[in-house]
Design a protein around this ligand. Structure first.
Ligand code: AR6
Length: 171
């Protein structure tokens, strides 16, 4: 499985890929966490482009250019706020990964980097979120026979360890 998904620890704004994914909120107008870092690094033009998108629903994804980022594009997706696991949080998180990959495929992008959507300010339990991320990505790549390279960006060691453990168990 390692050849389809790679893991990289660090700041997603530095990753040179066709598209980085932003863990945004429904307004798509910026916020804290990885969203704040992406807007900061991309420059004010990103916010101007986002204003034209008219927001997004939880689980949806929308595309903009990357402006000052090394990535060509940003795919903005809205993760679920984790409440108790009984409000379709898993389906909505899965939808974030699936929608983002669908956009990448539609635009013939060859590489995409994901942050750990919803696991920060939105409090999704890290291990469950990592399981959903990896299984959804692998399922998409298999069923859509997509050649896209996927990078999972772990901001901290704990997330990196989780991703490595899950991938190892699938092999
Ligand atoms: N590069 C990669 N990953 C990062 C970075 C970075 N520069 N910064 C943080 N992370 P979060 P959410 C990790 O809170 O939980 C915003 O205000 C972080 O360690 O950014 O989906 C939005 O506007 C965590 O593992 O996103 C929304 O309102 C992961 O990215 C809300 O936060 C996601 O953490 C979305 O919350």
């Amino acid at each position: 499985m390692e050849e389809k998904i790679s893991i990289w620890q660090g700041d997603i704004t530095q990753v040179e890929v066709d598209a980085i994914v932003n863990a945004a909120n429904k307004s798509l107008l910026g916020g804290g966490g990885v969203d704040g870092a992406i807007h900061q690094a991309a420059g004010p033009e990103l916010k101007e482009a986002c204003k034209k998108l008219g927001g997004a629903e939880t689980g949806e994804a929308k595309l903009t250019e990357g402006f000052n980022l090394p990535a060509k594009y940003v795919i903005h997706t809205v993760g679920p706020v984790y409440r108790d696991g009984k409000h379709e949080e898993d389906k909505l998180l899965e939808s974030c990964y699936r929608s983002s990959l669908g956009i990448a495929k539609k635009h013939h992008l060859k590489s995409i980097a994901f942050p750990a959507i919803s696991t920060g300010i939105y409090h999704y339990p890290a291990e469950e979120a990592a399981q959903i991320a990896i299984h959804t990505i692998l399922d998409f790549l298999e069923k859509q026979t997509s050649e896209i390279t996927v990078i999972l960006v772990a901001f901290d060691q704990r997330t990196e360890n989780l991703y490595r453990k899950i991938l190892k168990n699938i092999d």
